[in-house]
Design a protein around this ligand. Structure first.
Ligand SMILES: *Cc1c(COP(=O)(O)O)cnc(C)c1O
Length: 423
């Protein structure tokens, strides 16, 4: 399914014309499709059903409360990486006893908050963190359930800034160290080892890394059980890729094919932490062309959406499809196509940084001042990573459900920009 489709030369989100939303709510504007969010989650729930999984939507991909509530109502749980994310999950009305908490730098305050919420498990990334969880749990008369985050030394072939499961990353620990920590857990009545965790990086567009990781997981679970741990969870993290260009993303069932048999063999339940797979293609960013200019032999399309709204191209050299909301020609299936009547252009924002662009050298139909451009696949790591750099109020966010429209976040104002400052 694709909730963002052209009908009679106009881009729609479900049953609503995107141009109408831009006219009413202004630009830059994030638009999310509820049906697409639910469809993506449903695909994962169905593909992995045999492992009685707890699907933990990764809050950092898109932490808007409307998205979290949508996930919660559809039976998803949550993967958090900070106390702030845990707070959001609570605000969304979720059952925190199914939440998992990852991240290399959990503070004592965050650990205490998580123990108060009785979360399912901490994904522990170091010995010092294990000691901190034990100490805080003891002071509260509680037991911290932990999963050791292993660095399986698997190259997931993603961008160097988004690979996490290779030796030399700050995440997780190697298997020898994990073995020592497993022994330490056994000796501490305030800790319980209930699982193992691996998150390999993102986005991953092949199944092999998951196959390798889940095979390793089966061996490690057996070894820990032999030591006397009751291991009931294998957490394979997130990272499932999506189609940014043209059908390069795999369906959830392909990942399930290599993961499910291993989980069953281990006699464990599965946790997954999908973020991008759920939110990525469930959202777009709509911007308005301010000016066009030709300089240095290039055509620049300058729009009101920039790197403060969507930082992925500047930060990770990411590719996002960009296409007019009301194009004069049909959108090509492949985002890198060079259709007739189009000209190569750099689509840039107004921020005073040379890296402020959303697309480079992209063949687009002629664009004029006031035209709307859509940046696709912007639902994950878009608004969640946005900032007010250059003192630009953050964009509004809209959730569409059929023909219903909800403002999920109002546009920030100039007053909002200075609201926390003393001057
Ligand atoms: C970021 C992250 C995820 C989500 O990754 P996606 O690629 O969005 O699925 C899952 N688990 C952990 C620990 C993460 O840091």
């Amino acid at each position: 399914m694709n909730a963002f489709e052209y009908r009679d030369g106009q881009l729609y989100c479900e049953d609503v014309a995107v141009a109408d939303l831009a006219a009413e709510y202004g630009t830059p504007l994030y638009i999310y499709s509820k049906a697409q969010l639910l469809h993506q989650l449903g695909q994962i729930q169905e593909a992995f059903a045999e492992t009685d999984p707890v699907i933990c939507y990764s809050v950092k991909a898109n932490s808007n409360l409307a998205v979290l509530k949508t996930m919660n109502e559809a039976g998803s749980s949550f993967d958090v990486v900070s106390g702030g994310e845990l707070y959001r999950v609570k605000q969304a009305g979720a059952d925190t006893t199914r939440v998992v908490f990852a991240g290399v730098g959990k503070t004592d305050e965050e650990i205490r908050f998580a123990l108060e919420c009785d979360i399912l498990k901490f994904d522990v990334e170091s010995e010092a963190e294990l000691d901190a969880i034990a100490a805080v749990a003891e002071s509260m008369g509680k037991v911290g359930r932990v999963a050791l985050r292993l660095n399986p030394d698997i190259d997931a072939k993603t961008h160097e800034k988004t690979t996490t499961g290779k030796k030399g990353n700050k995440f997780g620990m190697d298997i020898e160290r994990a073995n020592q920590l497993a022994d330490k857990v056994l000796a501490n009545p305030h800790l319980k080892l209930s699982g193992i965790h691996m998150h390999l990086g993102s986005p991953i567009l092949t199944t092999e890394p998951y196959e390798k990781a889940s095979k390793k997981a089966v061996e490690i679970v057996a070894a820990y059980r032999a030591k006397g741990h009751e291991i009931s969870w294998i957490n394979l993290g997130g990272g499932f890729g999506i189609s940014y260009k043209h059908e390069e993303g795999l369906p959830a069932s392909e990942y399930a094919k290599v993961i499910v048999p291993q989980i069953k063999e281990a006699g464990c339940r599965l946790t997954l932490e999908p973020g991008r797979f759920i939110a990525g293609n469930s959202g777009v960013l709509i911007s308005k062309v301010i000016f066009t200019k030709r300089e240095g032999g290039k055509l620049f399309i300058i729009q009101d959406g920039g790197m403060n709204d969507l930082v992925r191209p500047a930060m990770y050299d990411s590719f996002h499809r960009v296409w007019p909301v009301a194009p004069s020609i049909e959108m090509p299936a492949n985002a890198e196509a060079t259709p007739d009547g189009c000209e190569a252009a750099d689509v840039v924002g107004p921020i005073c940084e040379s890296c402020d662009y959303l697309a480079k050298g992209r063949h687009l139909p002629p664009m004029q001042r006031g035209d709307l451009l859509c940046t696709f696949s912007a639902g994950a790591y878009g608004s969640a990573m946005s900032s007010t750099y250059n003192s630009r109020p953050r964009a509004a966010e809209i959730l569409v459900d059929g023909s219903n429209v909800t403002v999920a976040r109002r546009r920030e104002t100039y007053e909002d920009l200075v609201a926390h400052e003393i001057g």
